[in-house]
Design a protein around this ligand. Structure first.
Ligand SMILES: [Zn+2]
Ligand SMILES: [Zn+2]
Length: 144
Protein backbone atom coordinates (compact mmCIF):
# COMPACT_ATOMS: atom_id res chain seq x y z
CA UNK A 1 0.00 0.00 0.00
CA UNK A 2 1.23 3.46 -0.87
CA UNK A 3 1.19 6.15 1.72
CA UNK A 4 0.77 9.57 0.26
CA UNK A 5 2.94 12.07 2.04
CA UNK A 6 1.77 15.65 1.63
CA UNK A 7 4.47 17.55 -0.11
CA UNK A 8 4.82 21.22 -0.87
CA UNK A 9 5.28 22.00 -4.53
CA UNK A 10 7.74 24.81 -5.03
CA UNK A 11 8.80 26.57 -8.19
CA UNK A 12 12.52 27.22 -8.58
CA UNK A 13 11.93 30.88 -7.87
CA UNK A 14 9.93 30.14 -4.73
CA UNK A 15 12.66 27.79 -3.54
CA UNK A 16 15.31 30.46 -4.16
CA UNK A 17 13.29 33.01 -2.17
CA UNK A 18 12.84 30.61 0.69
CA UNK A 19 16.56 29.90 0.91
CA UNK A 20 17.42 33.60 0.63
CA UNK A 21 14.97 34.48 3.41
CA UNK A 22 16.44 31.76 5.58
CA UNK A 23 19.94 33.13 5.02
CA UNK A 24 18.80 36.73 5.65
CA UNK A 25 17.24 35.90 9.00
CA UNK A 26 19.39 37.09 11.80
CA UNK A 27 20.78 39.72 9.48
CA UNK A 28 17.75 41.86 10.25
CA UNK A 29 16.97 42.57 6.60
CA UNK A 30 14.09 40.33 5.73
CA UNK A 31 11.77 42.81 4.08
CA UNK A 32 10.48 42.86 0.54
CA UNK A 33 12.88 45.66 -0.39
CA UNK A 34 15.88 43.56 0.64
CA UNK A 35 14.57 40.71 -1.51
CA UNK A 36 13.92 43.02 -4.45
CA UNK A 37 17.50 44.20 -4.18
CA UNK A 38 18.90 40.67 -3.98
CA UNK A 39 16.96 39.39 -6.98
CA UNK A 40 17.14 42.60 -8.97
CA UNK A 41 13.36 42.84 -9.44
CA UNK A 42 10.72 45.33 -8.32
CA UNK A 43 8.90 45.01 -5.03
CA UNK A 44 5.59 44.17 -6.69
CA UNK A 45 6.96 40.94 -8.12
CA UNK A 46 8.57 40.12 -4.78
CA UNK A 47 5.22 40.54 -3.03
CA UNK A 48 3.69 38.19 -5.58
CA UNK A 49 6.07 35.34 -4.72
CA UNK A 50 5.87 36.11 -1.00
CA UNK A 51 2.09 35.79 -1.12
CA UNK A 52 2.36 32.40 -2.79
CA UNK A 53 4.80 31.20 -0.12
CA UNK A 54 2.47 32.55 2.55
CA UNK A 55 -0.39 30.64 0.96
CA UNK A 56 1.66 27.46 1.26
CA UNK A 57 2.13 28.11 4.97
CA UNK A 58 5.87 28.67 4.69
CA UNK A 59 6.07 32.22 5.99
CA UNK A 60 4.12 34.96 7.71
CA UNK A 61 4.14 38.62 6.82
CA UNK A 62 4.25 41.05 9.66
CA UNK A 63 3.80 44.82 9.90
CA UNK A 64 6.61 46.99 8.64
CA UNK A 65 7.11 44.65 5.69
CA UNK A 66 9.09 42.11 7.65
CA UNK A 67 8.84 38.45 6.75
CA UNK A 68 9.32 35.47 9.05
CA UNK A 69 9.56 31.86 7.98
CA UNK A 70 7.27 29.42 9.75
CA UNK A 71 8.66 26.22 11.28
CA UNK A 72 7.71 24.43 8.10
CA UNK A 73 9.36 27.10 5.97
CA UNK A 74 12.55 26.83 8.02
CA UNK A 75 12.61 23.05 7.70
CA UNK A 76 12.12 23.24 3.97
CA UNK A 77 14.81 25.91 3.55
CA UNK A 78 17.26 23.78 5.54
CA UNK A 79 16.50 20.79 3.30
CA UNK A 80 16.94 22.85 0.16
CA UNK A 81 20.33 24.12 1.31
CA UNK A 82 21.40 20.58 2.18
CA UNK A 83 20.22 19.32 -1.20
CA UNK A 84 21.98 22.08 -3.09
CA UNK A 85 25.29 21.47 -1.36
CA UNK A 86 25.13 17.70 -1.68
CA UNK A 87 24.09 17.76 -5.34
CA UNK A 88 26.78 20.22 -6.42
CA UNK A 89 29.42 18.29 -4.49
CA UNK A 90 28.26 15.05 -6.12
CA UNK A 91 28.28 16.56 -9.63
CA UNK A 92 31.73 18.01 -9.07
CA UNK A 93 33.43 15.13 -7.28
CA UNK A 94 31.80 12.11 -8.88
CA UNK A 95 30.97 13.37 -12.36
CA UNK A 96 33.90 15.78 -12.58
CA UNK A 97 31.68 18.70 -13.59
CA UNK A 98 33.39 22.09 -13.08
CA UNK A 99 32.40 23.78 -9.81
CA UNK A 100 30.54 26.71 -11.35
CA UNK A 101 28.42 24.51 -13.61
CA UNK A 102 27.86 22.01 -10.80
CA UNK A 103 26.48 24.85 -8.67
CA UNK A 104 24.10 26.16 -11.33
CA UNK A 105 22.92 22.64 -12.18
CA UNK A 106 22.32 21.97 -8.49
CA UNK A 107 20.17 25.10 -8.39
CA UNK A 108 17.88 23.52 -10.97
CA UNK A 109 17.71 20.23 -9.11
CA UNK A 110 17.67 21.04 -5.41
CA UNK A 111 13.93 21.58 -5.22
CA UNK A 112 12.82 18.80 -7.57
CA UNK A 113 14.89 15.69 -6.84
CA UNK A 114 13.29 13.15 -4.55
CA UNK A 115 14.76 13.21 -1.07
CA UNK A 116 15.83 9.57 -1.43
CA UNK A 117 17.94 10.45 -4.46
CA UNK A 118 19.72 13.23 -2.61
CA UNK A 119 20.25 11.01 0.41
CA UNK A 120 21.82 8.37 -1.85
CA UNK A 121 24.18 10.99 -3.27
CA UNK A 122 25.00 12.08 0.24
CA UNK A 123 25.80 8.52 1.31
CA UNK A 124 27.86 7.90 -1.83
CA UNK A 125 29.97 10.90 -0.82
CA UNK A 126 30.21 9.55 2.70
CA UNK A 127 28.31 12.48 4.19
CA UNK A 128 30.68 15.32 3.29
CA UNK A 129 31.13 18.08 5.88
CA UNK A 130 31.59 20.93 3.40
CA UNK A 131 30.35 21.72 -0.11
CA UNK A 132 32.49 22.77 -3.07
CA UNK A 133 32.33 26.38 -1.89
CA UNK A 134 33.62 25.36 1.52
CA UNK A 135 30.23 25.91 3.19
CA UNK A 136 29.16 23.60 5.97
CA UNK A 137 26.75 20.80 5.04
CA UNK A 138 24.25 20.13 7.80
CA UNK A 139 22.83 16.68 7.27
CA UNK A 140 19.24 15.64 7.51
CA UNK A 141 18.12 12.86 9.81
CA UNK A 142 17.63 10.62 6.77
CA UNK A 143 21.27 10.88 5.68
CA UNK A 144 22.47 8.39 8.27
ZN1 LIG B 1 26.34 26.24 -4.97
ZN1 LIG C 1 23.24 14.66 3.95
Amino acid sequence: MWIVVPRVELSRLEAAYLVTLHKMEGGGRTGTSALAETFGVNEASVVDVIKRLEGKGLLVREPWRSITLTKRGETLATQLIHNHRVIETYLHKVLDIPAELACSEAQKLDSILDRRTVVSMCRALNRPTTCIHGQEIRHLKWCR
